[in-house]
Write a protein that binds this ligand. Structure first.
Ligand code: PLP
Ligand code: ZN
Length: 461
């Protein structure tokens, strides 16, 4: 008997469902679902440091995994059902160079570098959990819509494990080549539709409802269970101390939602004594959450957010054919599917939301990379957010701040090159349309004749 069950997050419904069911919304009321647990029947360690012990038995794949090492906190599968490819070997890194640039004290700023996952983004934390559930329910075909990284992640799990095949839906246009090439390379059946991410997700949800295909987008509640472990590893990296702030880019808001749930549960279990504050950073061109939170004052409100606000905003969006637009393609999303769960996370974590411009995003991406942590544009939003919040005085110089670097630099080399090349044609094509006028942190290659004299002159020797 499993101690886990699925449960509707709407407090006026709270319907529960078996973990053996494949659901992406509550059949009764249409709300999002959580995976919840009978914690009284669960064997949960007395203290978080017990999880560290697992490192000693690294030859056991579920102990080696940075996700399943914490399996008592996402206890929905039998150990022999777990699908793992060694995800979550990621590290918390103190970064005093960036701390200085953010006018913070040394030893206060940390990067959680999730680009080191097998497919190069944090998505693997969730996909190992969704893949495990897909296997539990005997799915042979899986699918997702993606701005890129979800498809790369699903494709690698399908490819490595051979447990199921996968289909990925992408919009036309802005998918970064690093990501698309992964899905193709790992053998995913790739369907490119005319439309953007929001269109692709609506379509794949419809198709998965009608045909026997298992949906792996972050409306899948099991995925978010895996993503909780990013927070556990951060606590582990801080010797089980809780930081003051977690800063994360906001796209579909799966991460934000998962982080809130992680802390809600740890507090309830008495495993932590304080909850960090959460700062979710939107791109200006895809700032639905920022708009709801800061302009319209939408709140979780004990599970009863003002849904009329949501409907009227989305109707307006459709009427104006308003589309998300940002260079940070991983967060180029106008209808974040986990919005309501993110409101809960912001409530639990006394959170805040900010939006930053593409100029700030790609400058900060370059600043992070210059300290040796290559990340993709969306991840740059974190440091851009910290700079804003330092300027506003919301984050203080001595606060301990952890930024989630969500994806690897090599996902989107075209944009990196456009930034560094100082080539006016590339700039005009890639950056200027997004409102990026300057590249103050560019490091262009120096072109010289192949003579010792010219090279020495160029080096200023
Ligand atoms: C998916 C993704 C995001 C957005 O995360 P959400 O959980 O959808 O908010 C941010 N950065 C990268 C690199 C991503 O792949
Ligand atoms: Zn319900």
């Amino acid at each position: 008997m499993s101690i886990a069950f699925q449960q509707c997050i709407n407090p006026d419904c709270s319907a529960t469902y078996d973990v053996g069911q494949i659901l992406t919304a509550c059949p009764k009321c249409g709300s999002l679902l959580d995976v919840n647990y009978d914690w009284n029947a669960a064997r949960v360690p007395m203290s978080l440091s017990e999880f560290e012990e697992r490192w000693k038995s690294r030859l056991n794949p579920v102990d080696y995994s940075g996700v399943w090492r914490f399996r008592e906190l996402l206890n929905f599968a039998r150990e022999d059902q777990i699908v793992t490819i060694g995800e979550g070997q990621t590290i918390l890194q103190k970064n005093d160079q960036l701390a200085r640039q953010c006018h913070m004290q040394p030893g206060t700023l940390f990067l959680q570098y999730e680009g080191l996952n097998p497919s190069g983004s944090f998505k693997d934390n969730g996909m190992t959990a969704a893949s495990t559930h897909a296997r539990m329910v005997g799915a042979t075909m899986t699918a997702c819509a993606s701005t890129g990284n979800t498809s790369a992640s699903l494709a690698i799990y399908a490819g490595v494990t051979g447990h199921f095949r996968c289909i990925v839906f992408i919009g036309s246009g802005k998918i970064a080549f690093g990501k698309l090439s992964q899905a193709l390379d790992y053998g995913a059946r790739t369907i490119q539709i005319r439309g953007d991410f929001d269109d692709a997700l609506a379509r794949v949800r419809q198709i998965c409802e009608k045909y026997p295909i298992y949906l792996c987008n972050s409306v899948n509640p099991f995925r978010l269970e895996g993503q909780k472990t990013i927070m556990y590893r951060i606590l582990e990296g801080l010797g089980w101390e809780v930081p003051d702030w977690i800063v994360v880019p906001g796209g579909n808001l799966g991460n934000s939602s998962a982080f809130g749930k992680a802390f809600m549960e740890l507090r309830m279990l008495g495993l932590i004594n304080k909850v960090p504050r959460l700062a979710v950073i939107n791109a200006e061109g895809a700032a639905t959450l920022d708009d709801f939170w800061n302009v319209h004052g939408l709140r979780w409100n004990d599970g009863r957010p003002d849904s009329s606000l949501l409907e009227s905003r989305y109707q307006k969006m459709d009427a104006a054919n308003e589309r998300a637009s940002t260079l940070a393609s991983a967060i180029e999303i106008n209808r974040p599917v986990n919005l309501i769960k993110a409101l809960r996370a912001l409530d639990v974590c006394d959170g805040i939301v900010r939006k930053v411009s593409d100029q700030e995003i790609i400058d900060c991406r370059a600043r992070i990379a210059a300290t040796g942590f290559g990340c993709e544009p969306a991840s740059g939003a974190t440091i851009a957010g910290v700079m804003r919040l330092r300027h506003e005085g919301v984050i203080s110089a001595s606060d301990r701040v952890v930024c989630i670097l969500t994806g690897h630099q090599l996902k989107d080399p075209d944009l990196t090159m456009a930034y560094h090349s100082a080539d006016p044609a590339l700039m005009a094509k890639k950056l200027t349309p997004a409102g990026v006028q300057h590249t103050p942190f560019a490091n262009p290659p120096v072109v010289v004749d192949n003579t010792e004299k010219d090279i020495v002159a160029a080096l200023g020797l």
